[in-house]
Ligand binder design. Sequence first.
Ligand SMILES: C[S@@+](CC[C@H](N)C(=O)[O-])C[C@H]1O[C@@H](n2cnc3c(N)ncnc32)[C@H](O)[C@@H]1O
Length: 449
Amino acid sequence: MFAATSKRSILSLGSGGIYSRGVIIPLNVRALNPFPVTSKQIQHQKKIDNLPKWRQWAIYLNSQEFKRSATVYYVGGFVVLCVAFYFYMRDRYYEDRQIEHIKKKYSVDPASLSEYEYLKLKANSNEKLRPREEKKYRLYQMMRKEFRRKNMLSKDVMFEPTPESLDQWYQQQARIGTKPIPEIEGQHEAVEVDSKEKVPLSNHDNPHIANPEDTTAFFEAKAADYDNEIKWEERAVLMGKRRKWLMKQLKGDTLEVACGTGRNIPYFEPAAVDSITFLDSSSKMMELTEEKFRQKHPRFKKAAFTVGKAEDLVELTKGNDDIKYDTIVEAFGLCSHEDPVKALRSMGQLLKPGGRIVLLEHGRGTWDFINNHLDFRSDKRMQTWACRWNLDIGELVDEAGLDVTYEKRVHFGTTWMLICKRPEDSISIDEKPFYNKLFGKDFEPIKKQ
Ligand SMILES: C[S@@+](CC[C@H](N)C(=O)[O-])C[C@H]1O[C@@H](n2cnc3c(N)ncnc32)[C@H](O)[C@@H]1O
């Protein structure tokens, strides 16, 4: 109790009490009593002082003094929460109004949407933003937050940024380590980057990404030791689970690109598959795949083993238009291709209508500290594994003109699990958003004219 009063002594002095050895004595009591603190009280106080700190605090928190002042804090806190909640809900309300406004505009003339409006509508439609769109949308949202803060009290202003105003706003934010704004449309022009000043965003601008090269000779030499050297790294991050996911997607006529030594074969389920073709540019890696496959599935006859480059997939079919696949999978191959975008485009050309490309890849992560490490060790990685591990996989997919219907990233975002489709194919019932599935509504993609 006395410890309690001592904690608020300064406050109490202002309200007419007198502070004496940690105890507040009301003025009227002092006037009557020449010895304001009794020896009993002093002893009690000493006892409390000898207790451990946590017990002193427990006694203080239990005291009437604390409870009285805590009420003020509770009420104050509640008021602050209410105000924050009000502004939060008001912001949601304005956002809703803006979405309604954009929807109306879109229904009248889809071409009239600004870049921001298009991204906002797409983000709110359950459709997946493409990786570059997502990056840009995130910047717009940051700009929007600041806009809202500045216009907290103005009721009717609507956030209607243009790409130029985003650019301007972004320049004002620029600090060391700031990334350039991504381009959504078209190819990326290679930009001169001062590596000290800016952390680049695009594969094309990143000077830390090793030069692409044909890695076939490297894997020819590595084939015999590959499994032994990679297995611990994979076990440590439970990669088996991800490989299992990849192989579960196989159905119909299938192709595995850059199959390596056949590390996915343990997860192959023949029941769902009509045929499988394995492709790798290294003949030695391919020999190991064939050996493993024949051993594990001796009765599965519709398996082919082809040595060739992913970039040449279309030429490898020798103009036979019947060679098409329902599912094409690739694990950890894009990082070692000389031209990963061409490889992805070629895969797209070999898909049957409605077919899917399923990727389990590694590349840039979602955290800067990881990406800095990937950039820093990129040359070393290229030497030891012929692998460009700091590529932005989303960008490669984007550049190849593929749509993403499923995306999951694990291991700080460095392991990419993607399902891609050709833009002209519609999404399947399984891929439909929950609402559309429930009400049997068709999923209508947002198109900017
Ligand atoms: C890192 S290993 C991955 C192997 C296997 N997919 C796995 O998950 O373990 C990369 C493989 O890609 C193959 N490769 C590299 N460039 C290629 C290309 N342009 N076309 C086809 N395969 C390629 C290499 O021979 C090697 O087997």
